[in-house]
Design a protein around this ligand. Structure first.
Ligand SMILES: [Zn+2]
Length: 164
C-alpha cells in the first residue's frame, strides 16, 4: 500500500474516533484498538480494507451499535446465517420474520461481517474476500456509521480520488 493510502486510512480512523466519541468521553478499549489498527496499517501484511472494516465494527460495538449475528433481531431465535440486515435493531433476521427497515445482504457478506465481528484485528488476515463482498460489507458499515453519528467521516472520500 502506498504512503498516501496509509495516511488516508490513518486519518480516517482518527476521524472515526473523533466522530463516535462524545467530547471528553474516555474509552480505553477503543483507544487500544485504535493503536493496534494504526500499527497493523503499517505492517503491509494484510488487506487494509478488511482491517478498516474490522475497526469500524469495533467502534460500532463500543458505542452501542454492535451488530447481532447470532440471533434473529425480531424473534430472538438462534441463527447461523441470514440474507437480511435490520438497521433499526442492528442484526440479522431469520427466514420466518418480516424483512423491514434494513437491507438485503448476501450470505457470504453476512458470514464475513460475522467473522470480523468475532475476530481480533491481528487475526483478520485469515480472511480473504472478493471485491463484491468487500463492497457489501463496506456498504453496511457505512450506512450504520453515517446514520448514527452526528457527523459523517470524510477522509475516505479522498481515497476514491486517489484510486481513480
Ligand atoms: Zn426471526
Amino acid at each position: 500500500m502506498g504512503n498516501l493510502e496509509k495516511l488516508t486510512y490513518s486519518s480516517y480512523i482518527c476521524e472515526l474516533i473523533d466522530i463516535c466519541l462524545e467530547e471528553g468521553e474516555k474509552n480505553e478499549q477503543l483507544y487500544k484498538d485504535f493503536i493496534t489498527c494504526l500499527y497493523l496499517l503499517n505492517t503491509d501484511a494484510l488487506d487494509y480494507e478488511i482491517l478498516i472494516r474490522s475497526f469500524e465494527l469495533r467502534v460500532m460495538k463500543a458505542t452501542g451499535y454492535g451488530l447481532n449475528f447470532d440471533n434473529c433481531v425480531m424473534c430472538k431465535q438462534k441463527i447461523s446465517t441470514s440474507n437480511y440486515m435490520n438497521l433499526t435493531y442492528y442484526g440479522g433476521v431469520c427466514d420466518k420474520c418480516e424483512k423491514v427497515h434494513g437491507i438485503n445482504i448476501s450470505r457470504a457478506a453476512y458470514s464475513a461481517l460475522k467473522f470480523l465481528n468475532h475476530t481480533s484485528m491481528d487475526k483478520v488476515y485469515r480472511l480473504t474476500l472478493t471485491k463484491e463482498i468487500k463492497k457489501e460489507v463496506e456498504k453496511i458499515n457505512t450506512m450504520i456509521i453515517s446514520s448514527n453519528y452526528s457527523k459523517k467521516p470524510k477522509s475516505l472520500e479522498m481515497l476514491k480520488y486517489i484510486k481513480e
